[in-house]
Design a protein around this ligand. Structure first.
Ligand SMILES: [Zn+2]
Length: 246
């Protein structure tokens, strides 16, 4: 199925935001249960994207001269989430049964979700992938960028290994330049004033597109509202048992 991506691949000045997505076959289901691939990284995500996307093209149908294996590294993370949602939808249908647990009363329940109804916000301008801002307190210039699959791997690593530097560790992934420095690390941000960091965060959130995968539910027991993210990067997202039987 040919779909339109919320961001697309920017290559030589052109935006390639159409891609053909296919459903899961047995080959990819092997990836999802391959513990070496899944356990310490997001290896299954790159494999699914490599196998199940093809024919990247502009909205006018001009093909991207790149294999899927090369192209996926140029996909912003919003596109990756969107493609994973479409793979699930094509394979098992748009309706999904999501098991969630209420943080207020602990009640386990199953919520019905329609994947094709999730709100998707495309990039405000698909040709703009970076933004330059001035940081008033530190007097530095920062270049903020979108996140790509490599950043996703780094983020996953930070979440697992370096829980003492979650804030600056994840924020530095979206900074491509700080002053004259291009390889921006968590240590570069550690000494910056909090309001300068907030400005970079704000610039990043206005630059990017989004998919509303943080779903709000009503607890069927205590009737309070709670948020539960849809785990699109998790192998369990592609399990058929999450499909309602009715
Ligand atoms: Zn509850």
């Amino acid at each position: 199925m040919l779909i339109e991506l919320p961001c697309g691949i920017l290559h030589d000045g052109l935006v390639y935001d159409k891609v053909n997505v296919k459903e899961l076959t047995g080959k990819q289901q092997n990836y999802l249960v391959d513990m070496d691939l899944v356990a310490n990284n997001l290896g299954h995500v790159t494999k699914l994207l490599e196998d199940l996307t093809s024919d990247y093209q502009t909205s006018e149908g001009l093909p991207l001269n790149m294999t899927s294996k090369e192209a996926i590294w140029k996909l912003p993370t919003e596109d990756i989430e969107f493609i994973l949602l479409k793979i699930r939808e094509l394979t098992f249908g748009a309706v999904m049964a999501l098991p969630v647990s209420c943080p207020w009363c602990g009640h386990q329940q199953t919520k019905k979700l329609e994947l094709d109804k999730l709100s998707v916000t495309p990039l405000p301008d698909k040709k703009i992938r970076t933004r330059i801002i001035e940081l008033p307190k530190s007097k530095l210039t920062a270049e903020v960028k979108l996140l790509y699959i490599k950043d996703l791997f780094d983020l996953y690593k930070i979440l697992k290994e370096n829980t003492h530097a979650l804030y600056t560790g994840s924020l530095c992934l979206s900074i491509s330049k700080l002053g004259e420095k291009t390889n921006v690390t968590q240590q570069d941000l550690d000494s910056l004033p909090a309001t300068d960091l907030q400005l970079m965060e704000d610039a990043f959130s206005t630059l990017r597109g989004s998919i509303d995968t943080n779903i709000i539910h009503d607890c069927e027991n205590c009737h309070k509202e709670f948020n539960a993210p849809l785990p699109v990067m998790d192998p369990s997202f592609f399990v058929r048992s999450l499909t309602p039987s009715i």
